[in-house]
Write a protein of this length. Structure first.
Length: 498
């Protein structure tokens, strides 16, 4: 009994050390008692993904997704009003105001994370709320990105005053690609998953200011739009998610063709559209990614998965096993191990994905290189990334998101009640463990089924002949089924009684 007590005490201590100070947990106090063993759910989910492979093999062809139904929302008067310069300008101004309040709250507000706007704004509204909106509605970040807006205003003012250009427009090194964004996103993930003071308002605001300086410097050196495409981590991350969204922008380019989701061209074009489209159509219409952009996408998926894994008893056992190896880190031993895990996770994901690509080439008797296949098929991971984001963060958003209602009335924690909402409480019953588990199963299975469809479509375009295309997907099927089962097991740990 003493041993059990010590084990439980260690787990509690580890969670306390590794988790943010604010009560932003993803799990529940009560756990859902499954009517059948967890293994049946996990196996059934894998079987469902396997069945989707058979269906896709019969019906999906390489030309799928190249053309899809669209409806131009600009035909409707309300949509034309929303797209007018006045509401767009007001939206941008509101974004800058919110960002300014965010920084002020972090630097000058209360240090209590439960009564400061910054932690909830960062982890609930920004990383979860905007991600969901990007995936299921539209790429709102392309409109409200405060760094893009502020630098654009600075460019306009500088041009009027001096008649010149604010940016130096140095040639962007081709070898650099999106690696700056990869490094910055890894830093963001480290703050979210590893940093033990990730709920400290002053620290978060300081990190935001550092990120702002890096972003403005990149825009100054290479031009605003060039840096957004390559160095601004969230423009790339939300852009990936928005490729699944049911809306797109189109603009007529100089050659007379239509460019899709080119926001730089859209801002200047005289002929443009704002279209409704089927969910996921953007993934089928897009081409392959660069190597650095593909790594960025793998990093997005792997860091969220690793975040979920740190909530399992398996991770606690890893901490127990490795604690004797990192004693020289002292009080930061757990932080060091978790940092190592955060780095190893995307490397392992990328290695498995590359190995799968190699098997795809062998199975299809193709001469397409492994790196090229990774770049071509990386977009098939987007539905999985969205699914896991839903499974891992939905309860977090619904419960902790309610705190924003009170915080908007008192963003600095000074006892204000600007909008009469400061006393609004949090209703934790809005979602229970059973609903969270059911939603997680649905999200993960649907996400992997969509990923199988996208991968089949890409295969049909990549490999010569339908037989080679189907054969190429056998390794991908194994990857999808395996990841379905692993991710469902991870999500289950803090939710269900096993």
């Amino acid at each position: 009994m003493r041993r059990s007590f010590l084990w439980g005490a260690f787990i509690a201590l580890a969670v306390a050390v590794l988790s943010p100070g604010i009560a932003f947990a993803h799990g529940f106090g009560d756990r859902y008692d499954l009517p059948v063993p967890l293994g049946l759910y996990v196996g059934g989910a894998g079987a469902a993904v396997g069945l989707s492979f058979v269906i896709a093999g019969f019906f999906v062809r390489g030309g799928a997704g190249e053309a899809y139904p669209r409806f131009n929302l600009l035909r409707l008067r309300p949509a034309r009003w929303l797209a007018h310069t006045t509401p767009l300008g007001l939206t941008k101004a509101a974004s800058v105001v919110v960002f300014s309040i965010y920084i002020a709250a972090g630097l000058f507000g209360t240090a209590d994370p439960n009564h400061n706007l910054v932690p909830a704004m960062t982890w609930v509204f920004f990383w979860v709320g905007l991600a969901y909106f990007s995936a299921f509605v539209a790429n709102i970040w392309a409109l409200v990105n405060p760094w893009k807006i502020l630098y654009g205003w600075a460019e306009s003012i500088f041009a009027r005053v001096s008649g010149g250009q604010l940016s130096r427009y140095e040639p962007y090194p081709q070898w650099l690609g999106a690696w700056p964004a990869v490094a910055l996103f890894l830093g963001f993930a480290w703050v979210e998953v590893v940093y033990t003071r990730s709920s400290d308002p002053f620290n978060i605001a300081t990190f935001a200011l550092i990120y702002s300086l890096i972003t403005f410097a990149g825009m100054f050196l290479y031009g605003r739009d060039v840096w957004l495409r390559n160095g601004e981590a969230f423009t790339i991350a939300f852009g990936f998610l928005a490729a699944f969204a049911p809306t797109e922008v189109r603009a007529r380019d100089a050659g007379g063709g239509w460019a899709v989701d080119d926001y730089e061209l859209y801002a200047e074009a005289s002929e443009r559209e704002w279209n409704l489209r089927p969910w996921g159509a953007g993934l089928l219409a897009a081409g392959g990614l660069s190597t650095s952009h593909a790594v960025m996408l793998v990093l997005m998926l792997s860091t969220v998965t690793f975040d979920g894994f740190t909530e399992t008893s398996a991770w606690v056992r890893i901490l127990l096993t490795t604690q004797g190896w990192v004693t020289f880190f002292g009080a930061n031993a757990f932080t060091a191990v978790t940092t190592a895990g955060l780095i190893i996770a995307p490397v392992a994901f990328l290695a498995v994905f590359a190995f799968t690509a190699k098997l795809m080439a062998v199975a299809s008797h193709s001469n397409v290189g492994v790196i090229e296949l990774v770049r071509l098929f990386a977009l098939s991971l987007v539905p999985i990334a969205i699914a896991y984001h839903v499974a891992h963060f939905l309860s977090f958003l619904l419960i902790q998101g309610q705190r924003l209602i009170a915080l908007i009335s008192d963003p600095l924690g000074r006892g204000w009640d600007l909008f009469g909402t400061a006393d609004t409480g949090v209703d934790v019953s809005i979602i229970d463990a059973r609903l969270a588990w059911t939603t997680s199963i649905a999200a993960i299975v649907i996400g992997h089924v969509v990923a199988v469809y996208v991968a089949h479509t890409i295969a049909g375009r990549t490999f010569a002949g339908s037989t080679a295309a189907v054969r190429s997907q056998y390794p991908m099927l194994a990857l999808m089924v395996g990841y379905t089962m692993i991710s469902l097991w991870i999500v289950a740990q803090p939710i269900v009684e096993t």
